[in-house]
Design a protein around this ligand. Structure first.
Ligand SMILES: *Cc1c(COP(=O)(O)O)cnc(C)c1O
Length: 385
């Protein structure tokens, strides 16, 4: 057994990140400034020239997207029960009503056919999640967008580097929110970026992200800045800082390398778990998975161990694991407020019941990968029915 605990997730940070942050600290420009501009440009180049607004989080990006689209009380936004709380909370914060639609069996992404059935006069947007880094069915999604003239806000917290039909998520003409939280494929500690397909909307979002102050107010203390600013909206404090951005620029420069390592680990897992009573994560043809998560699903009917016991058994072998996600409609707050009940979205629940997210991140050594494989095999093979 391994001597040291292998955490479920660790950021891949090295001397280059340290040097970049130190340089920013020494520049004395530590909040939003030139590094944030450069990070936006780098991200834009990575996303085929898309307009990018760097923000404090993915959650902030989705919230501002809804507000900038004018979505509020009386409006419905369709999203998935198989996501993190943030995707639903932002709809509530905007004053709108979340409407949940069940997911697909293989990807756990929102089921586009059922989305069409859930549309009403009050539907004002669709907010899908690229679960685990497997892109949603973007051609079906954009067909709905174009047929019903509905804006799309993609929760792409897991999907930086995901591709669909050879194109990166974030380049499909929708508002797309990425997360740079500590666990995500690219991290700035905390942070996010919103892709905005329309320059006027991007301008609105920039203003809303910094107290509602007129554009470039962030520069009011700089040499070329001015003390004059005007408040154009009751905005938020959702900007990125230069400390985060300088870290993000180093991470983005090594993203391709980090993604190759994630793909390699996923491939080792596929090979090693093929003969076990599990369902391996799907990867449909024509997509590139970002492998933010490796969602293994236990076939509990073939096992004498519960999912919780399996996670504990991994821990006893010094391997961390997690579960993504406890379905939205299982949480007490949403149940009380929206009268959602367990049983209402059976596909999401079925997926959740067997799901375990294994450690998968670029700083894992080959030995770490082998240890995860050995532990999973040993536990499952000793608990066959
Ligand atoms: C991490 C995550 C978020 C939130 O990202 P932040 O940058 O922390 O706001 C939103 N949605 C999903 C699916 C996530 O996993």
């Amino acid at each position: 057994m391994r001597a040291q605990f292998l955490p479920y997730n660790l950021p891949d940070l090295g001397e280059d990140e340290e040097a970049a942050v130190l340089e920013t600290l020494r520049s004395h420009w530590i909040s939003r400034g030139p590094q944030t501009d450069l990070f936006e440009q780098d991200l834009s180049a990575y996303l085929q020239g898309a307009t990018v607004v760097a923000l404090s989080s993915c959650t902030a990006g989705m919230h501002l997207a809804l507000l900038a689209l004018g979505i509020g009380p009386g409006d419905e936004v369709i999203t998935t029960p198989y996501t993190f709380a943030a995707s639903v909370n932002v709809i509530i914060h905007a004053g709108a009503t979340p409407v949940l639609v069940d997911v697909e069996e293989d990807t756990a992404n929102i089921n586009m056919a059922q989305v069409e059935d859930a549309l009403t006069e009050r539907t004002k947007a669709i907010l899908p999640v690229h679960y685990s880094g497997h892109p949603v069915d973007l051609s079906a999604l954009n067909r709905l967008r174009d047929t019903y003239h509905l804006p799309i806000i993609e929760d792409a917290a897991h999907a930086l580097a995901s591709t669909y039909d050879g194109k990166k998520v974030g380049t499909f003409g929708n508002l797309t929110s990425f997360s740079f939280y500590a666990t995500k494929n690219l991290t700035t500690g905390e942070g996010g970026a919103l892709v905005v397909p329309d320059e006027d909307l991007a301008q609105k979002i920039r203003v809303l992200s910094l107290h509602g102050m007129s554009h470039h107010a962030w520069n009011r203390y700089g040499e070329s800045g001015s003390w004059v600013y005007s408040v154009e909206a009751a905005g938020f404090k959702y900007n990125m800082t230069d400390i985060q951005a300088s870290l993000g620029r180093v991470q983005l420069a090594k993203l391709t390398r980090m993604q190759a390592k994630r793909r390699w680990i996923a491939e080792q897992f596929h090979q090693a778990f093929r003969d076990l009573p599990v369902i391996l994560p799907a990867q449909r043809t024509g997509v590139e998975h970002a492998w933010h998560l490796y969602p293994l699903r236990l076939q509990l009917s073939a096992l004498r161990i519960s999912r919780a016991e399996f996670v504990e058994a991994l821990k006893a072998r010094n391997i961390g694991a997690s579960v993504h996600f406890i379905p939205i409609h299982w949480h007490p707050y949403y149940q009380e407020r929206f009268h959602w009940q367990p049983g209402q979205f059976p596909v999401a629940e079925r997926y959740f019941n067997g799901e375990v997210s294994l450690p998968l991140y670029p700083s894992m050594s080959e030995q770490d990968v082998d240890d995860v494989i050995a532990a999973v095999r040993e536990i499952l093979l000793s608990h066959l029915k």
